[in-house]
Design a protein around this ligand. Structure first.
Ligand SMILES: [Zn+2]
Length: 91
């Protein structure tokens, strides 16, 4: 009678599909049998988060650089305008 046995154990391990009756039992099984896998998953998640943080940091730096370049251009322009005399003296 597989059906009744499955009903008695409603929980399923996501990593090896073993069935469990109590979530505490499943958690114990996960901790003991899938320690390495969980460690890898945790490390992967941390690496992803770090990569995301680095990307955000790089974008911020790029924004700051772009802003400083814009600021430099803004400084250059009035200099150029002052070189080209808009109101010549001899008129
Ligand atoms: Zn398992």
């Amino acid at each position: 009678m597989n059906g009744t046995r499955n009903c008695a154990r409603p929980l399923k391990c996501r990593l090896c599909w073993r069935r469990f009756k109590y979530s505490a039992c499943m958690n114990d099984h996960m901790r003991l049998d899938h320690k390495d896998t969980i460690m890898l998953l945790v490390q992967l998640r941390q690496a992803q988060r770090r990569a995301k943080e680095q990307l955000a940091f790089r974008q911020k730096v790029a924004e700051i650089i772009a802003a400083s370049v814009e600021a430099k251009d803004a400084v250059k322009e009035p200099v150029r305008v002052s070189v080209i005399r808009q109101n010549p003296v001899d008129v």
